[in-house]
Each structure stands twice: as C-alpha cells, then as structure tokens.
Design a binder for this molecule. Structure first.
Ligand code: ADP
Ligand code: MG
Length: 243
C-alpha cells in the first residue's frame, strides 16, 4: 500500500482546466519529483493536495484514508498530514526564528509549549540553524530563511512534505545548503513530493520522476529512465532541451 495515492486529480481556474486527471503514487519514505515545463500544473498539484486550490474531481489516499476534498473533515485530515513549503518562504518578519517555528504548533495545534519548544530546537539544529533562535528573519540569508521555513513546516509533524521550487528564489551559492537539508530529510525517511528545476539534485534524490505537461502526467519512472531513456516524444524533447 503506497503512502500517498493521487488518483485522477482535477482542478480548474475558472473555465481553464489546469489538472486534467493527474495520477501518481509514492511509497512511504520515498521522494517523488514533479518535473515539467512552466504552466504544466506542478504547483497546482501540490496546492490541491493541501486544499489551497479546490479539487474539481478525483481523490487522494493517504495510507488507507480516502481524502474527499469536497468535505471539510477530509480537508482537515489532509492538512494534518501534509505540509507544504513554497518558493517564497514568507516568514513572519516581526517574530524571532524560534517563534516562527513554534507559533502554529502551539496556537493552532494547541500542543504543550515546552514540548513544541524542544521540538523546534531539534528541527532548527537539523537544518543547521541552532545558533539563530533569537534572530529575526531579516538578519538571515535567503537560504537560512528557507531552512527556517522547512523547520516550520516540519514542526507540524507532517507525514508527507511538499516542496515547491524551494531553491528557485535563492542566490546560486545558497542553493546547496537548502538541498542539504532536503537530502537529510530524505535520509531520515520523510515522504516527499518536490518540484525542482535542479535536475542533478532530482536525479540524485528522487526515487521516481513524474513528468507533467499540459495538466497531465506524460511519463513517470525512475530518474535514469526519464533522464537517459525517456519513452515518450514529449519527455525526450523536454529532457533533451534542459540537460
Ligand atoms: P507550474 O507550477 O507547472 O508552472 P501551475 O500549476 O502554476 O504550473 O499553473 C498551471 C496553469 O494554471 C497555468 O496555465 C497557469 O497559468 C494557471 N494558473 C495557475 N495559478 C492560477 C490562478 N491563481 N488563476 C488562474 N490561473 C492560474
Ligand atoms: Mg509552479
């Protein structure tokens, strides 16, 4: 039984069909990379999985829990189990780093303060920011802020982590420190779906690449297949062009 099954997921923006039935699955502890041209629907897949964009059809299974996005109870369960990190990390500028990480678990999840605090310290250490607890976001580099955003998402104890181009807004010399944190998470067995243009990184870390174009999955398989021996003309064009 896969950890996450996305089955015929559909989404629209007004009259525009953006996801036309997207299906893929991911095993527990694996990393799936969504790859494809700009506008192919990658972000919409991630946004739909956490309920930020309403699904127009299809369903998702998390373990054996069927998520029906039309029901509020389902949506709550999806949000309990799946966390997302965006390209724009949007930290709370007026809060110290430690408070950025602890605010949601204490205020929304109502978990005990001391426990959340210990958890946040562990997570900040994991992303290499043990010494930045009391800093404010504008005292950190973009790469450091993005690592805080990852720690903040993990503080919610998600089963599954979604990462949407989390290095795309960073200066090139800061990309690697964020990729290192993601590598560490992959090693620790976090189930992740990531959208990334860092193809060398995708190749290294992904168990499966899902190539999307025009709101559908065109081809999926292990990175070696997609990069070295794509089975579809469209994937061959795309990977031929970008590699
Ligand atoms: P990707 O992440 O692969 O670049 P997106 O999921 O962002 O693609 O976008 C898929 C399609 O949906 C594109 O045609 C895009 O223009 C459109 N789209 C995305 N967000 C919106 C929105 N908020 N309103 C209208 N159209 C949108
Ligand atoms: Mg996108």
């Amino acid at each position: 039984m896969p950890h996450l099954v996305v089955n015929e997921l559909r989404a629209k923006y007004g009259a525009l069909d953006v996801l036309k039935g997207v299906s893929f699955s991911i095993e527990k502890g694996q990393v799936v990379a969504l790859v494809g041209p700009s506008g192919s629907g990658k972000s919409t897949v991630l946004r739909t999985l956490v309920g930020l964009t309403p699904a127009a059809g299809g369903h998702v299974m998390i373990h054996e829990d069927k998520i029906d996005y039309a029901s509020n109870g389902s949506l709550r369960r999806a949000r309990d189990q799946i966390a997302i990190v965006f390209q724009q990390y949007n930290l709370f500028q007026n809060m110290r780093i430690i408070d950025n990480v602890t605010v949601a678990p204490t205020k929304i999840k109502k978990r005990p303060k001391a426990e959340v605090r210990a958890d946040a310290e562990r997570l900040l250490a994991m992303v290499g920011l043990a010494d930045k607890h009391n800093a404010f976001p504008d005292q950190l580099s973009g790469g450091q802020q993005q690592r805080v955003a990852i720690a903040r998402a993990l503080a919610l104890h998600p089963e599954i982590l979604l990462l949407d181009e989390v290095t795309s807004a960073l200066d090139p010399e800061l990309v690697n420190e964020v990729l290192d944190s993601i590598r560490q998470l992959a090693k620790d067995g976090m189930t992740m779906v990531l959208v990334s243009h860092e193809m060398a990184f995708v190749r290294e870390v992904a168990d499966k690449v899902v190539f999307m174009d025009g709101g559908v999955v065109v081809e999926e398989g292990p990175p070696e297949q997609l990069f070295d021996n794509p089975q579809t003309v469209r994937a061959r064009e795309f990977f031929g062009k970008i590699l």
